[in-house]
Design a protein. Structure first.
Length: 248
């Protein structure tokens, strides 16, 4: 347990010092939220939800997806390219503790991002939700990021940091746009709406939007996100095993 806690502390310090974390997970979501929520105006509604509350959920999710794909994923790729993971196999540190510490630390970081975004929306942009809506939407966003952490594991398998960064940035921004995080799918062309409905980011957002609208979670959203998690995790495991064989 002491080894795990020490590793978690180390990972937390590394993450907070990572410029990708500050840019993609904190600065961009907060900036986009205030720019676009105030441009449209708080009197507008989307599916019966005030725009400032709707977009708060969107940008909070945008921040967590960025943390999972860019911060978490690129961090893995960087350490892999430096040979750290390979060297770790000859140290007393078990591999499972290394990954467990990373996931645990990322969960803490994700919780902090949610709290910061929710406080910004409530205190600075007059988002008014019931206590239960704050709690349930926060829990959904915190748990629902799992498929994107699995995608971050895929990013972490790239051999070079440059390639991982390009893939991570395209994935992050592309999924955000196609999934309706930057603007509602209803405002997009019909083709993009059809594509967007199958994006994991859209299903991730749907859960939060439904909660603050007073509706329950959609089973289809949960099943689709679970499917994406299985696919991304499977791809990451397959690539990891192939790399292990090649490096043996």
């Amino acid at each position: 347990m002491n080894i795990l806690l020490s590793q978690c502390k180390l990972e937390l310090v590394r993450t907070l010092r990572n410029p990708f974390f500050l840019v993609f997970s904190v600065i961009m979501p907060v900036a986009f939220y205030f720019i676009f929520s105030n441009t449209v105006g708080n009197t507008q509604q989307v599916d019966g939800v005030a725009w400032n509350a709707y977009y708060l959920m969107s940008m909070t999710i945008f921040g967590l997806v960025g943390a999972a794909i860019s911060t978490f994923g690129i961090g893995l790729a960087q350490e892999g390219s430096q040979g750290w993971i390979k060297q770790m196999k000859v140290t007393p540190l078990p591999t499972w503790i290394y990954y467990a510490a990373k996931l645990f630390t990322q969960s803490i970081i994700n919780a902090v991002i949610i709290i910061v975004m929710f406080l910004a929306g409530s205190l600075l942009n007059d988002v008014d939700l019931a206590t239960s809506q704050w709690i349930y939407s926060g829990l959904w966003i915190w748990i629902g990021v799992l498929p994107f952490l699995a995608l971050g594991m895929v990013v972490g398998q790239f051999k070079t940091v440059d390639t991982a960064s390009i893939f991570a940035n395209i994935s992050h921004l592309g999924l955000a746009l196609l999934g309706g995080l930057w603007m509602p799918l209803d405002a997009m062309p019909k083709l993009m709406q059809t594509i967007g409905e199958w994006m994991p980011t859209n299903r991730y957002g749907e859960g939060a939007w439904n909660i603050i609208a007073g509706r329950g979670l959609n089973v289809t959203d949960i099943l689709l996100l679970s499917s994406y998690f299985i696919i991304f995790a499977g791809v990451a495991i397959i690539i990891s095993k192939k790399r292990t064989v090649q490096e043996a």
